[in-house]
Design a protein around this ligand. Structure first.
Ligand SMILES: Cc1cc2nc3c(=O)[nH]c(=O)nc-3n(C[C@H](O)[C@H](O)[C@H](O)COP(=O)(O)O)c2cc1C
Length: 299
């Protein structure tokens, strides 16, 4: 069941999607973190961020909207508390990085160079919920290429660029990340949506718009992973609405080397283990020598 991304081997292809699993602490009473391919942490910035005003999550058909706005305690608290907690587990640790400006991204990456427990960096250039930065870097190929190469120059860990689905051509952005020297790409982040309370005639989210995640976005994510895989040679981490092993297998057939489980953790905190078990059964049922034998076989 093991997979290797940019030289980093994980015991299986299943990770958590950033922002849906805390830093692992919050879920460790439900899931044995030692069983996961990797824990991907909530986005971390150079200083603490408060996030957006509430309400900032809402349930919708087929998933949820969120406009958290990347609330986090900042990289110092994160390193002292969350990374320290993760030291005791035999899993890979992928730290998700956010910023408003190039300097902010670079300062977090620089600070994380001191931390031995960080196996890979995932750069969130795709959050639809912060007004400055974030998605601005992820929607313009030149900016994406530029920030990727600047991060690549200072990071000793492999760099995963996390792409947004809120673009016309995800292939173009995947190519820009590859040109900038990314070691891998992950996709998709959430799709911008809106919900209106018709009785109160108000927006449900204080931010008005939010990012859609959950089962309803899965077919879109599979299509985008396929398009990205067809455009670049980089390994891909596929996510978007994965709720069971079948969804995860579909992502790998479309071209993902690994997968991340997001919103599904909220209604079933045990779901990551179920996905691992179901994928192992699939591999046996199809007499696969390695789970990676199915990666991108549909062309
Ligand atoms: C509440 C919430 C918080 C999120 N926070 C982050 C984040 O901090 N950084 C990031 O790159 N993605 C974040 N995401 C996006 C997820 O990692 C994932 O890309 C997206 O939700 C699609 O996967 P899913 O449908 O399985 O949830 C967040 C998603 C949710 C629902």
């Amino acid at each position: 069941m093991s997979v290797t991304i940019a030289g980093v081997t994980m015991k299986n292809p299943v990770m958590t999607a950033s922002g849906t699993f805390g830093s692992g602490i919050e879920y460790s009473e439900f899931v044995d973190l030692n069983h996961l391919g990797a824990v991907v942490t909530k986005g971390v910035s150079n200083v603490p961020w408060e996030g957006n005003p509430v309400p900032r999550v809402a349930e919708v058909y087929g998933g949820m909207l969120n406009a958290i706005g990347l609330q986090n305690p900042g990289v110092e608290v994160f390193a002292e508390r969350d990374l320290k907690f993760l030291e005791d587990f035999d899993t890979r640790v992928i730290v998700n990085v956010c910023g408003h400006t190039e300097e902010e991204y670079l300062s977090v990456v620089e600070r994380l160079q001191e931390e031995k427990r960080v196996d890979m960096l995932e750069i969130n250039v795709s959050c639809p919920n912060v007004k400055q930065g974030g998605i601005g870097f992820g929607t313009k190929p030149d900016m994406l290429c530029d920030i990727t190469s600047k991060i690549r120059k200072i990071a000793r860990q492999p760099v995963i660029m996390k792409l947004t689905p809120n673009v016309t051509s995800v292939a173009e952005l995947a190519k820009a990340a590859e040109a900038g020297g990314a070691d891998a790409i992950s996709l998709i982040n959430t799709i911008t949506g809106m919900k209106i309370d018709i009785e109160r005639q108000r927006f449900v989210l204080a931010n008005r718009t939010g990012g859609m995640s959950g089962p309803a976005i899965h077919p879109i994510a599979v299509r985008m992973v396929y398009e990205a895989a067809s455009a670049v040679k980089l390994p891909i981490i596929g996510m978007g609405g994965i709720s069971n092993a079948e969804d995860a297998i579909e992502m790998m057939l479309a071209g993902a080397t690994a997968v991340a489980v997001g919103a599904a953790n909220f209604h079933d905190p045990y779901v990551t283990q179920k996905v691992i078990d179901g994928m192992t059964d699939y591999a046996k049922r199809h007499s696969l020598e390695r789970i990676t034998d199915i990666v991108g076989i549909l062309r």
